[in-house]
Design a protein around this ligand. Structure first.
Ligand SMILES: [Fe+2]
Ligand SMILES: [Fe+2]
Length: 253
């Protein structure tokens, strides 16, 4: 009886993480050891476009954010909390007295969203531009921030910025998030589309826009009709530079 109780206790304790970690078992991703091994960097990767990156060796994966230091300034992806803490002082140095007016959020995932409150403390008037589903998620998760929801096909012109939004079925249950083209600067922020593995910090490859669009695999948008619709929308634009969310940026000039 005691033996049975002991076995039951050990199983329950293991399930709730009460036992010391066994290094032979797979660990939860991004435990502190992983975070400590991240490599961070900042670089002006295209005209007036700054790339902030975190490389995670354990995953051979890079996460990027981009600041367009235009007037007004916009940040593409809020980054994770850990990234935002590192990125904010760099952005403040670049912008000086100028505010960060916008943060573009492609879809509701930590690398796109989680840093919002860190930026909001420094820039209380910052406005989040995102799809309608992400706007509802932000509200539902209790974010108290200015939100400007957008749909594919809409254009926002403000000073040096001309943002054209494209529906991107990247949200839960294949609902629409967004990707965005900044037409005046020739920049396309691709979020998880055109993703590649490897240490992509500061790296740029040269390619053809149409080829890159057609190469987007079904695993990025796992529905043939929706993927075709997305590709057709993307083929109507012709950016000079693809600022990828992960991996190698793409020069299409
Ligand atoms: Fe994502
Ligand atoms: Fe991502």
């Amino acid at each position: 009886m005691n033996r049975l109780f002991f076995i039951f206790f050990m199983l329950a304790a293991n399930a709730f993480g009460m036992l010391p970690e066994d290094s032979s078992k797979p660990q939860l991703m991004l435990k502190t050891t992983g975070v400590n091994k991240m490599e961070n960097s900042k670089k002006e990767i295209f005209k007036n476009l700054y790339q902030f990156s975190t490389y995670i060796p354990q995953m051979d994966f890079t996460i990027h954010q981009y600041l367009s230091a235009t007037e007004p300034a916009i940040l593409f992806a809020a980054g994770t909390v850990q990234q935002a803490e590192k990125t904010l002082p760099e952005i403040q140095k670049i912008l000086g007295d100028r505010p960060l007016k916008y943060i573009f959020v492609s879809h509701f995932e930590s690398d796109e969203v989680a840093g919002i409150e860190i930026f909001q403390k420094a820039y209380p008037d910052v406005t989040i531009i995102c799809g309608h589903l992400a706007a509802r998620e932000l509200f539902g998760f209790g974010y108290k921030v200015n939100i400007l929801p957008k749909k594919g096909g809409e254009i926002l012109e403000d000073g040096e910025l001309k943002l054209q939004f494209i529906d991107y079925p990247s949200e839960v249950h294949l609902q629409n998030g967004l990707v965005v083209s900044e037409i005046n600067g020739g920049i396309f922020y691709s979020a998880d589309l055109m993703l590649s593995f490897g240490n992509g910090i500061g790296k740029i490859k040269t390619s053809d826009w149409k080829k890159e669009v057609e190469a987007i695999p079904l695993e990025r948008v796992p529905n043939e009709n929706k993927l075709r619709e997305l590709k057709d929308s993307l083929l109507k634009i012709s950016p000079k530079f693809v600022a990828v969310g992960h991996g190698y940026c793409i020069n299409c000039e």
